[in-house]
Design a protein around this ligand. Structure first.
Ligand code: ADP
Ligand code: ASP
Ligand code: MG
Length: 408
């Protein structure tokens, strides 16, 4: 049993949809049972979001999900028709038809359970189940969506639900690279990458897989194969780590341009301060990423943190309200920041990567605004205008001049 997920570019035109149908038909003819998960046609989700934005400065979250979920309804119908034309009994399913049950957080819902029954019935009967990615339904029957890139998560969750042997993610690159190949021409395709490294890369901006899909894959041990829908070349396997992987110091460089920075200036430094500022933000389901508090001087401190750009306005409003209450001097914010990170299992046992990173950036005259580290990654925040330069010089210094098992 295979789950195949096709991203937006792979189903971007009628020709591409026909090509996908042929690939699915071939897999089935080779003796596999196939569940297919599809995204909206390329550009469609953005088009729908723009309609909402043109209509209202703050579109209602429930109705936004009703709107954007339509993109995937179009592509499951078209792909099923294309399969039927090839003589393959195919049947489309929307999120509510297989009870992709999620929590009620519109725009970034989390999957709680899936009813695999209808998909299994279809494939056991010799057909192909074509499932809409990205969408679900909450306990009150509201349509929900899983966040940008959410079809990856739908696919891995389907794979776990039907106990598939593999989840193939077909996209417009032929695997997971050492960094975004569109930014760095020297990026190399990885033959394998561990779940933990992929989790870091995904959360740090490598949009090739949505982070929650990797969380699912790790939790249910679903082998994920990221590959191109334009060729038959093997892609990248995302798998459990093995001993050889720790030998590599830096596996990948990621870049995230979707965060914004908020600073509370000159706040009275008292216990409970960070909690007072950050609790309302957490309660609004806004994910705070990096946090820095300066050493206290004369009883005052600055507190800086980053949030997703899409939540920036909302977070800023909340911080401004609290700032007044706690007697801060003011609030500053910066939308043009980039977070650039390096990831590698080898960092667990080798010091010095952070120092090397700072040295490389210093030589380019790039100023570092924030730093955070964990066991297998170092992230820095810089001015967004240096993002691509930083990715290229870090890739060169830490990967091209290092060693890594790669495919041509
Ligand atoms: P899909 O529509 O198929 O889901 P996405 O656009 O979401 O495709 O993801 C694929 C894109 O991810 C690639 O085109 C590439 O620009 C980007 N990307 C970012 N980092 C990486 C990386 N490390 N390896 C491969 N692709 C990456
Ligand atoms: N169509 C959705 C998006 O553009 C989901 C996906 O493509 O994975 O984010
Ligand atoms: Mg995607």
């Amino acid at each position: 049993m295979i789950v195949q997920k096709y991203g937006g570019t792979s189903v971007g035109t009628i020709e591409r949809i026909k090509a996908v149908a042929r690939r699915v038909a071939d897999s089935r003819a080779a003796g596999n049972e196939v569940v297919v998960v599809v995204s909206a046609m390329a550009g469609e989700t953005n088009r729908l979001l723009k309609l909402a934005a043109d209509l209202s400065p703050q579109p209602d979250a429930r109705e936004s999900d009703v709107l954007v979920a339509t993109g995937e309804q179009v592509s499951v119908a078209l792909l099923s028709m294309a399969l039927l034309d090839l003589g393959v009994p195919a049947r489309s399913f929307l999120g509510h038809q297989i009870r992709v049950c999620t929590d009620g957080v519109f725009g970034k819902a989390r999957i709680k359970s899936i009813d695999a029954g209808p998909m299994l019935e279809t494939v056991h009967g010799g057909g192909v189940a074509v499932v809409a990615g990205f969408q679900g339904v909450d306990e009150a029957h509201n349509i929900t969506t899983l966040g940008r890139g959410g079809s990856d998560t739908s696919a891995v969750a389907m794979a776990a639900a039907v106990k598939a042997d593999v989840c193939e993610i077909y996209t417009d690159v032929d695997g997971v690279y050492t960094t975004d190949p569109r930014i760095c021409p020297n990026a190399r395709k990885l033959a394998r990458v561990s779940f933990d490294e992929m989790l870091e890369l995904a959360s740090l901006g490598a949009k090739v897989l949505q982070i929650r899909s990797v969380e699912f894959a790790k939790r249910y041990n679903v082998p994920v194969h990221v590959r191109s829908s334009f060729s038959d070349e093997p892609g990248t396997w995302v798998v459990e780590e093995d001993a050889s992987m720790e030998e590599v110091l830096v596996t990948g460089v990621a870049c995230d341009l979707n965060e914004a920075k908020i600073t509370l200036l000159r706040v009275p430094d008292r216990p409970g301060l960070a909690s007072k500022i950050l609790t309302p933000i957490a309660n609004a389901h806004i994910v705070v990423d990096m946090i820095i508090q300066n050493a206290s001087e004369e009883g005052f401190t600055d507190l800086t943190f980053t949030v997703p750009r899409t939540d920036h306005q909302k977070a800023l409003g909340m911080v401004q309200a609290v700032a007044h209450e706690i007697g801060a001097r003011g609030v500053a914010s910066d939308m043009s920041i980039a977070k650039v990170s390096v990831v590698g299992l080898g960092m667990r046992s080798h010091a010095g990567v952070a120092a090397r990173m700072f040295d490389v950036l210093a030589r380019e005259g790039i100023n570092i605004q924030m730093i955070s580290t964990s066991e297998i990654k170092v992230s820095i925040v810089i001015d967004a205008k240096y993002a691509e330069l930083a990715v290229r010089v870090l890739h060169q210094a830490l990967i091209e001049e290092g060693v890594r098992e790669t495919q041509a």
